[in-house]
Design a protein around this ligand. Structure first.
Ligand code: ZN
Length: 477
């Protein structure tokens, strides 16, 4: 009996020991939860799609008894609404023996899907570029923003229309419609290119242009040319070649014309005593007689002609054919008119150039200002002579004054005086440019004696040309 009791006590004792040991072991075990994210800490999910949570791994962990097979329960707070853009936080908590462990994940619901543009097409619709394209219609729809048709921007690029639209999240969509025109957008071609350089001259002729479309239609007659040039004034001029369609769309090419100084040959001064006989204001009734005298002595002279008397225009051709020089003196010789403006002057001047061309088959580069470059009769337009001289030089024209006056322009009508004036004048110089007028019989009558005197005194008679010494007066206006 006693033995039995002591045995029971022993069992009790052992049991107590085991319990205490187990309690100590359990206290040492420090059982707790561990939790970690599967997937990323920061996630984005597209608007309107389903969010699939990658979840977490949760464990019950202790020092003495290791990791339990059975995972603790995980609670999730927060939720992701993929139908509402924004940032969401999910918090995952695992608890073991009142000990919690948490991790969190940030999820952004974003819209990265661009809108969709759909183009409508009308069966059988066709047009040409000149009529222009009439919109066949389109729609734009966005997964988040809905109907964006009203916000579509249409721009024409060549033969295409580009449609663009953005949703509120900034996603851009674009579509292109290629228009098949029956007559396509023209292209303008400039002969000689977009930049040309021309020497100053009295007239400017456009080198030309053409226009065509990619289908081979010739559209040259649709080109409008704008721009003007004063071809005798140096500078840069612009011409615009434009085709405009019914909608006001334009195809344009621009040409720059650079007017530069024309080249002029070097002056060559003869070394021997020379007389240049020059006759202004003709041709007239005495020009034929004068040409006969010159021919008799084989003397070449220079005629600065006007358009005063059309009955004798053929004398210009005769003078030229017989080896004389023909130069411009202006058509009207009307001081008030020609010295009114550069434009007036050159309009009048060109008429003589055309007259000379008709009569001789070529233009000239020789001229004499009515009244000479030193005239003051033009003083009503201050500076006009200086400007005209500059322009003449730029044009490559050689203008000639004189250093021997015959006096036939009002000072005398005596042939004898004229002969004396010329001979005494020439006696003083090596090079002589003599001024006479072949519309005055008493002046023409002096020519034969002057020639005989000149030849007997060692003078050579020459016609002026572009290389001749110019005998330029001082300018007074
Ligand atoms: Zn004159």
């Amino acid at each position: 009996m006693r033995r039995k009791r002591s045995g029971a006590l022993f069992v009790l004792f052992i049991a107590a020991c085991v319990t205490v040991g187990f309690a100590i072991a359990l206290a040492r075990d420090d059982r707790h939860a561990e939790i970690s994210l599967l997937g990323s800490e920061y996630m984005t999910v597209e608007y309107g799609t389903e969010f699939e949570d990658p979840g977490v791994v949760a464990k019950s962990v202790g020092n003495s008894f290791g990791t339990f097979k059975h995972s603790p329960k995980v609670e999730i707070t927060g939720q992701v609404d993929t139908m509402t853009l924004g940032d969401y936080v999910l918090e995952y908590t695992a608890t073991v023996r009142d000990k919690s462990a948490s991790v969190s994940r940030r999820v952004s619901v974003v819209d990265t899907t661009p809108p969709v543009i759909e183009l409508k097409h009308t069966e059988g619709y066709e047009t040409d570029w000149f009529t222009g394209y009439e919109e066949e219609g389109y729609t734009a729809t966005d997964s988040h923003d809905g109907d964006l048709t009203g916000q579509v921007l249409c721009t024409e690029q060549g033969d295409s229309i580009i449609y663009t639209v953005s949703d509120a999240a900034g996603n851009e969509a674009f579509a292109e419609r290629k228009i098949e025109y029956t007559v396509a957008r023209p292209e303008i071609f400039l002969t000689d290119g977009e930049e040309i350089t021309v020497p100053a001259s009295l007239t400017f002729t456009d080198p030309g242009y053409s226009a065509a479309d990619s289908k081979g239609n010739d559209l040259t007659d649709r080109v409008e040319v704008k721009g003007s040039i004063t071809p005798y004034k140096l500078g840069s001029y612009q011409f615009e070649y434009t085709i405009t369609n019914d909608k006001g769309d334009k195809v344009t090419k621009t040409r720059t014309v650079e007017v530069v100084k024309a080249e002029k040959p070097e002056v060559i001064k003869p070394e021997e005593k020379t007389i240049y006989l020059t006759f202004d204001d003709g041709p007239g009734p005495y020009t034929g007689q004068l040409l006969d005298i010159l021919a008799k002595y084989d003397v070449k002279a220079t005629f600065f002609v006007t358009g005063a008397d059309s009955d004798y225009f053929d004398m210009i051709g005769r003078a030229y054919d017989e080896g004389h020089t023909v130069g411009v003196h202006t058509y009207s010789h009307n001081y008030r008119k020609i010295y009114q403006s550069e434009q007036n002057f050159f309009e009048d001047f060109c008429k003589v150039e055309e007259l000379i061309y008709e009569q001789t088959g070529s233009y000239t580069k020789i001229c004499r200002f009515p009244g000479g470059s030193s005239n003051t009769v033009s003083a009503f337009n201050p500076g006009i002579m200086s400007r005209l001289v500059t322009i003449m030089n730029n044009l490559g024209y050689c203008y000639f004054d004189w250093n021997v006056s015959s006096g036939d322009a009002g000072q005398t009508n005596s042939t004898r005086d004229i002969i004396y004036n010329i001979e005494s004048g020439c006696a003083q110089n090596v090079l002589n440019v003599v001024l006479q007028h072949d519309i005055k019989d008493y002046s023409v009558n002096a020519v034969e004696e002057v020639i005989i005197w000149g030849l007997n005194n060692g003078y050579t008679f020459r016609a002026l040309d572009e290389t001749s010494w110019g005998s330029h007066h001082s300018l007074f206006n």
